[in-house]
Write a protein that binds this ligand. Sequence first.
Ligand SMILES: [Mg+2]
Length: 165
Amino acid sequence: MSPPPRPCVFFDRDGVANQSPGPGYVNHLDDFHIRPGFVDCVRAAAEKGYPAVIATNQRGISRGITPPEQLDAMHRHLRDELAREGLELLDIFICTADDNTHPDRKPNPGMLLAAAEKHNLDLARSWMVGDRESDVLTAQRAGLAGAILVDPDPPPPPPPTTSPT
Ligand SMILES: [Mg+2]
């Protein structure tokens, strides 16, 4: 008898796991900056028994802008940094398709459905953490329990003030 499906927390990547690149792509490991709050979220989820799964659109790959080996390096780094905290990702799902109608490209739910199939996940009890409305829509289309939107990044620091000397 197979074990009952378990819930998980799906995380978007850019703007959630790492600092948002804005409208562009993160193309190099040097530009991949893990957000401390993400590590805290993965820990909080793990403590509640929810494994963490990343589901990320990376069309920069199919456009030839993001080198695949850099993408691999970023995700290796992310896993390594989590491991230093005793944490792990159950999986990372990547949609490289450029076509918005591709079933795996968020807000289409293909990656979440594939994760459920591969890892015996209970989507109806799972959550999505994202930074865009499209992440919320993805959660709805996959039949998740709900979605949480985070601010993609703290506001930029104020410009330095020059004080008279
Ligand atoms: Mg995002």
